[in-house]
Design a protein around this ligand. Sequence first.
Ligand code: AMP
Length: 217
Amino acid sequence: MAIRRLILLGAPGAGKGTQAQILEKHYAIPQISTGDMLRAAVKAGTPLGLEAKDFMAKGELVPDSLLMGLIQDRMQKEDTKNGWILDGFPRTPGQADHLDALLTRLEQNLDGVILIDVPEAILTERLVGRRTCGICKKVAHITFDPPEAEGCTASDGQHQWQQRPDDTLEVVPKRLAEYREKTEPLIAYYQEHDKLHTVDGSVNTNLVQVSLRELMG
Ligand code: AMP
């Protein structure tokens, strides 16, 4: 069965966002990144953004209650009709329960959960070297995939490379600890529900993409 309604699961730095952006174009289904949505809310200074800001800066998960309305609204948009790629949600068992209930209401099935598995030892290096274009959201890495000036698809062509404030040596250990403590239990949860698939995320971007497409069909 083809997988078109899916969760990408994995630690910060596993490559969920990078892979989701490529899958979005290939399958014409939207990437739904709660991290991107929260960063947009912080930037816009909305009430949600003001509440989320300090948690994010410290590398902590924002309270489940802040995520529920956000994801509910997003998943009812027209572009989700043929599928969606959840990137960074759910991140706690409470969020997984909420998603189950939401999908029941929307009469949709979760086709699968794909864990992008990366050994912890290489996550910190990936995160600290990561740069993100502030305009088109493309991701690069100072060593593995050096940021190029040209090629921004959402502007006059020049990328604006930035380091995320939570991609620092001070904040990354907290984000990884949050993942271990609060998100990792979801692996067993989706395994029990017969939804879990795993790909090796330690190899290069193209190879991970090939594995994902093999699974998605
Ligand atoms: P990300 O871009 O997925 O790495 O998320 C960046 C930050 O946004 C996280 O460290 C959290 O503070 C917050 N965040 C994003 N998604 C969630 C979520 N599903 N639950 C709680 N916090 C989240």
